[in-house]
Design a protein around this ligand. Structure first.
Ligand code: ADP
Ligand code: ZN
Length: 536
């Protein structure tokens, strides 16, 4: 080296020389600079944004400056494997320590680490609490060879995130025990509350926060009302994604298998994937999805983490995800190559009821449930929205944007109707049931009474004599379902018990009094060849 002794430590040179890239992307350059010089950082960057380089380049630069080994905490063994392989290939000495290594292999890795020759060591979070490992870190630190901590998938430290892992909680000790060692925490999803939690739990109060745009402009968002969802899905695939790769998410393993078999029967190359399948089968299906063209993977959320297939053309949801972070994460697996892709979801009243019920019946604390309910509400608001989906999605992550022109609502603004009066009718009917013997009923019976359908059950309870009998004969069943869905989504009506019987909540009063206006979408007919026709 000439006069510029540390020329070859310059981050942009490492970017070119080691990774072969011409320029940093987005905030990468700034982040790398900050961390290389010993600053703490919290990085929020969407999947595919290039988070890895944000710690890999500082790790290399600091190693070249004789600052020793960087420790990368990652929860995903498969990912560790891939990254270490790629780094070694690029001539960067990296290794991992996890349960897949034999004791000889582990001993070898430890020797490389302790000598300071290793640039990066990837480790699972549970390793950090291992006393022997901590003693090794102490020894490295004493010799000035402990360079940096990188904490990948940092949202795992928060129970408000979508993938809480209790082992992550122990990572707070990194700062307590090694306060002088810089740390960079990275995640692809964190709303405000999760972000605050990450900062508190990882003790990152003094870290600089880097937030990249979460927008995925090539993804077109569409959320349709369920009406024979399988047929809707099939039409969507046939019309827009014939012979293209996609993922269809379902909530249960049973539904995954049934849906995959059904699609297969309809001539679509579909494979099931869920955690209950044999590991060999799972691997085979995943391999086919990655290698063959045009495979549709029908899966539970067990599928997707760490799977990097750039040309997934659509992600479809047949069931409502838990919250917006999950929705964003799952739909984000589409279109990583930047080419147009679809995020399509069918959702209905049963989804709302199910998700509410799962929260209610979970053994979690009341505080926890309250946060989960709030998150579900935000997702429901997105699903019911009549304005730009992307504006709402990004808004949830704290980003302001303009109507995107690339979502169902922007492309085909839905007609709306004022459902306030209908909502009041439905609520007073539920109220009458209750007065009339304290009995509760489900949606089906409620709709029969509102629409004046004289069923056996109606006669059995004498409901044809209620003052609310047939007061809603002017609306279609589909319209009524939309009204009920909104009432449940907004929390004015709760569905309880084994039979989903309906009851009024505290807030129903305001609707009954006409203090709350309900704007509903006019039901749309499923899109044909990219066009949405409207039934007004
Ligand atoms: P993330 O971890 O945020 O999902 P990755 O770190 O895996 O993203 O990066 C996604 C892809 O983008 C990788 O293929 C990576 O090599 C590529 N990439 C990252 N940064 C750059 C860059 N500055 N120039 C070109 N490609 C990049
Ligand atoms: Zn839009």
């Amino acid at each position: 080296m000439s006069q510029h002794a540390d020329h070859h430590h310059a981050p942009s040179d490492i970017l070119q020389e080691v990774f072969g890239y011409a320029a940093f992307r987005g905030a990468q350059g700034e982040i790398v600079e900050h961390v290389t010089h010993g600053g703490d950082a919290l990085v929020l960057m969407p999947t595919g944004g290039g988070k890895s380089l944000c710690y890999q380049i500082p790790a290399i630069a600091r190693h070249r400056a004789r600052q020793g080994v960087s420790i990368v905490v990652s929860p995903l063994i498969a990912l560790m494997h891939d990254q270490v392989g790629a780094l070694e290939e690029a001539g960067v000495h990296a290794a991992f320590l996890n349960s897949t290594l034999s004791s000889e292999e582990a001993a070898h890795v430890e020797r490389e680490m302790m000598s300071g020759r290793l640039v990066m060591l990837y480790a699972a979070p549970e390793r950090i609490t291992n006393p022997r490992f901590l003693a090794q870190l102490d020894s490295l630190r004493e010799r000035g060879l402990l360079s940096l901590f990188a904490i990948d998938e940092a949202h795992c430290v928060s129970q408000w995130g979508h993938d809480f892992r209790s082992e992550y909680l122990a990572l707070s000790l990194l700062h307590e025990r090694f306060p002088e060692v810089p740390r960079i925490a990275l995640t692809a999803t964190a709303d405000d509350i999760t972000r605050a939690d990450i900062i508190e739990r990882l003790k990152l109060e003094d870290a600089r926060i880097f937030i990249s745009s979460f927008d995925r402009p090539n993804i077109r968002y569409a959320i349709v009302e369920k009406d024979k969802p399988r047929d809707q899905l099939l039409r969507f695939i046939h019309d827009e994604h014939e012979d293209e790769a996609g993922v269809v998410y379902c909530q249960s393993r049973k539904k995954v298998e049934e849906t995959a078999a059904w699609l297969e029967g309809e001539g679509i190359k579909a494979l099931p994937y869920h955690a209950g399948l044999d590991a060999g089968v799972r691997q085979r299906h995943q391999d086919r999805f990655l290698r063959e063209d045009g495979i549709v993977m029908v899966a539970t959320i067990a599928f997707g983490m760490g799977i990097d297939k750039p040309d997934v053309r659509f992600v479809a949801h047949l069931d409502l995800p838990k919250n917006i972070e999950s929705y964003y994460q799952e739909t984000g697996r589409a279109g990583r190559d930047g080419a147009p892709a679809d995020a399509w979801m069918a959702y209905g009243l049963a989804d709302v009821v199910n998700q509410r019920r799962m929260i209610d019946e979970s053994p979690a604390s009341e505080d926890f449930k309250k946060v989960q309910r709030g998150k579900l509400d935000a997702l429901l608001a997105l699903a019911e929205a009549t304005d730009c989906r992307r504006v709402r999605l990004l808004g949830y992550f704290g980003e302001h944007s303009k109507p995107c022109g690339n979502c169902d609502n922007c492309l085909h603004p839905p007609a709306t109707w004022d459902g306030t009066e209908a909502a009041r009718k439905a609520l007073s009917c539920i109220y009458r049931f209750h007065q009339n013997g304290g009995q509760r009923f489900g949606v089906g019976h409620l709709l029969d009474v509102l629409r004046g359908k004289e069923t056996d059950k109606v006669k059995q309870y004498g409901h044809q004599h209620l003052s609310t009998w047939a007061i809603g004969a002017d609306l279609s069943e589909q319209q009524w379902r939309a009204v009920l869905r909104q009432l449940v989504a907004l929390g004015h009506v709760v569905a309880e018990g084994e039979y989903n019987t309906l009851a009024l909540s505290e807030t129903a009063r305001a609707v009954l009094k006409g203090e709350v206006q309900l704007l509903l979408r006019v039901p749309t007919v499923a899109p044909k060849k990219g066009k949405l026709s409207r039934t007004a």
